[in-house]
Ligand binder design. Structure first.
Ligand SMILES: *Cc1c(COP(=O)(O)O)cnc(C)c1O
Length: 377
C-alpha cells in the first residue's frame, strides 16, 4: 500500500528528544523551542515567531490580536480548511467567502474589493499547496481600506512570494507543523509577525494571560495574571522533533519539489491528451512541493479513479475541502460574496496524489505508471 502521507523522519529526532529530556525542561519555551525559533527567524527573515500548539491556535491568536468586535467581517476563500474560519467565528465575526482562481485555488484578489463593507476588518489569504497568493495586490487593498491581513500559511512553510517568505508579508502569518505538513512536530504551529507592538500581547495570550515570558527572561521577578489568554505553548519534546526537521530545511524541500517535478513530467502525456489538468505555479511564486494534485473531468471520474487506484493498485489518493460556504457551519456563520463560479466546481475535480519526504522513486514510478494505465478518464 502506498499511503497518501507518512510523517517525515530524518533520523536525528530521537537524539534531540533525548537531549530535551536530559536538559530537564519539558514544558514550552525550553531549549528546542528557542532553537526552532532562531533557525526560522534566520531562514525566513521574520522578526518574530512564536511556536504554538497548532496552526489552528496560531490563527486563534491572530484573530485575538486583530481586536474584532461581534459582527465584524472577515474575508477568506471558501476553499480552505475549517480552522481558517473557526478562529474568527470564535471572535463573533461573520465570514465573507470569495471565489478562487481555478488555476491555483487561491483567493481571487480581483474579487476581494467587491466583498468589502464598512464592517470588514481582516483579509485571510490561504496559500494553497504552498503556492503564494497575489500578495502585492492583497496588501494594497488592505492598506487602502485599513484592513489587517492574516496569512494562513499552514501549507506555505519555506515557500516564497517574490523572494519574501510566506507568513512574513501580512500583519500575521500562521504555520502548521501537523504531521501532514512539510515540517512537523506531530501537532504544532507558529505565529509570525513583524511589528514589535504585538509581542507582549501575543506572549501573554499564549501563556494563559500571564506575563510568564517576561519572568523567564528575568525582566520581572514574579509573574501574574495580566489579561485573558489561553495555553498555546507546545512542549519542548515536540519542538525537539521539529528541530531535527528544520535542520533538514533544504533537504526536505528539495525532495518534495523533486517528487512534484517527477509527477509533473510523467503525467504530462495525460494532460496533453486532455484527460487531466495539472497544477500551475505563477511566476511570482516559489512553491515548496507541499502538494501534488491533478484535476479530473468531473466528480464521477474522480470518484471512480480514487476507487480504482485503491482497489487495483493499493495507492491512496484523496480529495479535500467541501467548500465551507455550503457546510452547516458555513451557512450559519458566513455568506458568499458574488458568484461561486469556481470554488465548488473545481473542488469536486481535484485529486491529491501521495506526497511526502520518504516517497521513493520506485513508488513514484509505480504511481505515475498506474495513472497512465487507467482507461476510465
Ligand atoms: C493544516 C491546515 C490548517 C490547520 O493546521 P493545524 O496545525 O492542524 O491546526 C489550517 N489551514 C490550512 C490551510 C491547513 O492546511
Amino acid at each position: 500500500m502506498i499511503h497518501f502521507n507518512r510523517a517525515p523522519f530524518v533520523g536525528t529526532e530521537l537524539d534531540y528528544i533525548r537531549q530535551a529530556i536530559e536538559y530537564g525542561k519539558l514544558c514550552g519555551d525550553g531549549l528546542f523551542t528557542k532553537k526552532c525559533s532562531e533557525l526560522m527567524k534566520e531562514r525566513l527573515g521574520t522578526r518574530h515567531i512564536l511556536l504554538t500548539t497548532s496552526c489552528t491556535h496560531a490563527l486563534e491568536m491572530a484573530a485575538f490580536l486583530c481586536d474584532l468586535q461581534p459582527g465584524d467581517e472577515v474575508i477568506m476563500p471558501s476553499y480552505t480548511f475549517v480552522s481558517t474560519a473557526d478562529a474568527f467565528v470564535l471572535q463573533g465575526a461573520k465570514i465573507v467567502f470569495v471565489d478562487v482562481h481555478p488555476e491555483t485555488m487561491n483567493i481571487d484578489e480581483t474579487k476581494i474589493e467587491a466583498a468589502i463593507t464598512d464592517r470588514t476588518r481582516v483579509i485571510v489569504p490561504v496559500h494553497y499547496a504552498g503556492v503564494a497568493c497575489e500578495m502585492d495586490t492583497i496588501m494594497d487593498i488592505a492598506r487602502r481600506h485599513h484592513l489587517k491581513v492574516v496569512e494562513d500559511a499552514a501549507q506555505g512553510v519555506n515557500a516564497w512570494y517574490k523572494g519574501r517568505a510566506l507568513g512574513t508579508i501580512g500583519d500575521f502569518g500562521c504555520f502548521s507543523f501537523h504531521e501532514t505538513k512539510n515540517y512537523t512536530m506531530g501537532e504544532g504551529g507558529a505565529l509570525l509577525f513583524q511589528d514589535d507592538a504585538y509581542l507582549e500581547r501575543a506572549e501573554i495570550l499564549r501563556e494563559k494571560g500571564t506575563n510568564r515570558s517576561k519572568f523567564f527572561r528575568g525582566q520581572i521577578d514574579k509573574y501574574t495574571w495580566v489579561n485573558y489568554g489561553s495555553s498555546y505553548l507546545p512542549s519542548d519534546i515536540n519542538a525537539a522533533y521539529l528541530y531535527a526537521q528544520l535542520e533538514a530545511f533544504d533537504a526536505i524541500n528539495e525532495k518534495r519539489c523533486w517528487n512534484y517535478a517527477y509527477y509533473q513530467t510523467h503525467l504530462e502525456p495525460l494532460e496533453k491528451r486532455g484527460l487531466i489538468e495539472q497544477p500551475y505555479i505563477p511566476e511570482y511564486a516559489t512553491h515548496n512541493g507541499h502538494m501534488y494534485y491533478v484535476k479530473t473531468k468531473d466528480l464521477e471520474t474522480r470518484t471512480r479513479l480514487i476507487q480504482w487506484l485503491l482497489k487495483e493498485r493499493q495507492i491512496q489518493c484523496v480529495f479535500h475541502y467541501i467548500p465551507l460556504h455550503s457546510s452547516p457551519a458555513g451557512l450559519r456563520y458566513g455568506r458568499f460574496s458574488g458568484e461561486d463560479v469556481y470554488t465548488t466546481k473545481e473542488s469536486e475535480r481535484l485529486l491529491r496524489l501521495p506526497m511526502y519526504y520518504g516517497l521513493t522513486e520506485e513508488q513514484l514510478k509505480y504511481i505515475t505508471d498506474s495513472f497512465l494505465a487507467y482507461t476510465g478518464y
